[in-house]
Design a protein around this ligand. Structure first.
Ligand code: SF4
Length: 243
C-alpha cells in the first residue's frame, strides 16, 4: 500500500493526518508508524488479567461448528434472529477481530460488521494495510439481541464456547477486541473500556496478544475518539501486522 493510499484510508476513518512542514516530500504520520512497526519494535506485554479459559466445550471442525451455530437454541436470543451470524474472513488469519453481537443489518445478511459500522471497520483494517477478507471477524454472541441491547451474561455464557472454538481453529497471532462487551468478555473484566485500552493482554493458554479498542458504532457516534482508536491499531501493529 502506498503512503497516499494509507492517507486516504485514515481520512475515511476520520483520523487527522498531520503533514510535516519544510519537507521536500511530505509524509503522513501513520505510514511512518507502520514502517516503524515493520522494523520489529519490541512490545512490552502487560501482565494479563485472568483470561477466558480454553474451550472445553467442543472439538468441532469448521463445518460442524457452523452447523451447530446455525441450529443453536441454547439461549433465548434464537427467538429474535433472522439469521445466525457465524463469522467471516480468512480462517488462517493473523488478526482476529471480535465484536459484541449482530445488529439489524448483520442479522439480515448473516455477516458480522456490515452497514456503516462495518464500513468503518473495513477502513480501519485498510489503514492497517489489509483487506477485510484477510482477517477473521466474529462476535461474542451469534444471534441478534432485541433492540440492539447488550447480550445478557447468561446469553454470553451460552454462546462463548463457539467463539472460543473459532479462536482455537484460527489460531490468530493477535486478537483485537472491539467494544466493551468483547473486551470485558475476553478479559473477564468489568472495567470500563477506557481503562482496558492501552495495554497488551494475553489470551488463553497460547497467550495470544489481545488489544482493546472502541467499537466502530461508538466511533460513528463519537468521531472525536477515532484518534484513540488509531492509537490502539498502532499498538496492535507493533505486535504483528495483519499480513
Ligand atoms: Fe445459540 Fe449463541 Fe444464538 Fe444463543 S446467541 S441461540 S447460544 S448461537
Amino acid at each position: 500500500m502506498t503512503p497516499e493510499q494509507q492517507r486516504q484510508y485514515l481520512k475515511h476513518m476520520g483520523v487527522p493526518v498531520w503533514v510535516r512542514r519544510h519537507q521536500p516530500e511530505p509524509e503522513a504520520v501513520a505510514p511512518e508508524v507502520i514502517r516503524e512497526v515493520q522494523a520489529e519494535v519490541p512490545v512490552a506485554v502487560e501482565a494479563a488479567p485472568p483470561a477466558v479459559p480454553p474451550s472445553t466445550s467442543t472439538d468441532l471442525d469448521w463445518p460442524a461448528l457452523q452447523t451447530a451455530v446455525a441450529g443453536c437454541h441454547a439461549c433465548g436470543l434464537h427467538q429474535y434472529r433472522s439469521n445466525t451470524v457465524f463469522g467471516v474472513g480468512d480462517p488462517s488469519a493473523r488478526w482476529m477481530i471480535v465484536g459484541e453481537g449482530p445488529g439489524a443489518d448483520e442479522d439480515q445478511q448473516g455477516e458480522p460488521f456490515v452497514g456503516r459500522a462495518g464500513q468503518l471497520l473495513n477502513a480501519m483494517i485498510k489503514a492497517c494495510g489489509a483487506e477485510r477478507a484477510q482477517v477473521y471477524i466474529a462476535n461474542v454472541v451469534k444471534c441478534r439481541p432485541p433492540e440492539n441491547r447488550n447480550p445478557l451474561p447468561q446469553e454470553v455464557a451460552s454462546c462463548i464456547g463457539y467463539l472460543q472454538r473459532q479462536i482455537e481453529l484460527v489460531q490468530p497471532q493477535l486478537i483485537l477486541a472491539v467494544g466493551k462487551v468483547a473486551a470485558q468478555t475476553l478479559l473477564q473484566s468489568e472495567e470500563p473500556i477506557g481503562r482496558l485500552r492501552g495495554q497488551v493482554y494475553q489470551y488463553g493458554e497460547q497467550a495470544i496478544p489481545l488489544v482493546v479498542t472502541y467499537h466502530p458504532a461508538y466511533l460513528l457516534r463519537k468521531p472525536t475518539e477515532k484518534a484513540k482508536a488509531w492509537d490502539d491499531l498502532k499498538q496492535a501493529l507493533r505486535i504483528i501486522t495483519p499480513l
